[in-house]
Design a protein around this ligand. Sequence first.
Ligand code: DXP
Length: 253
Amino acid sequence: MRDFYGTTLPLPLMLGTARYPSPAVMEAAFRQSAAPVATVSLRREQGAGQAFWDMVRGLGVHLLPNTAGCHSAREAITTAQMAREYFGTNWIKLEVIGHADTLQPDPFGLVEAAEALCADGFEVFPYTTEDQVLAARLVDAGCRVLMPWGAPIGSGLGLNNLHGLRSLRAAFPDVAMVIDAGLGLPSHAAQALELGFDAVLLNTAVAEARDPAAMAEAFALACRAGALAAASGPMGQRDMAVPSTPVIGKAWL
Ligand SMILES: CC(=O)[C@@H](O)[C@H](O)COP(=O)(O)O
């Protein structure tokens, strides 16, 4: 079983903390799903006030600070250093956004920032694509976890490039991987876990649901189902029909 820098999670579900209708609704989503990891943004926390921060702390979950909104390696490195001070953890979800419209990661800035942060003792969770060359560079930089996107952030499209993600998973069997961003339905999360990914991270699909707490629970159930399926050895797919009812003994029936 792959872990996250030595930490194993009771449930492979990480939730964001933005875009909820209210802090109380967000708290209910965490409690009803039992999600064990919360991503937090230094920029948001600074504007949100002590009450919000106390509530997040009271959830008793692992905090995964992120560098959301950073568009250069330098900006991401500075934000990560401030987040380590503020949240008291070496974990950092590294986002270096390369394109304002697609919110696609900047592969060059991402590797530059990952090298600097790993050398500085951070445990880096880079938000990346399914690109295997980029994945290799991030692993060489010292990342033991990768966070490939399912689809663009906030799109809800699910696993956009199934072949690419499947190939990425197979190419780095020892690296923990979290599908991050673009998941819209619990079935997308189940599919990610079934493919052998180690967890999912999502925000919008829960925060913008009509009932966020119930949707968070639905994602939790899907994560359990997907992880159990992966551990149970899913059957292989075939091009031909194979009868599921045995034909032996049919003659004397
Ligand atoms: C919370 C966070 O870190 C987001 O940037 C993350 O990528 C989630 O994406 P979705 O909102 O598409 O789930």
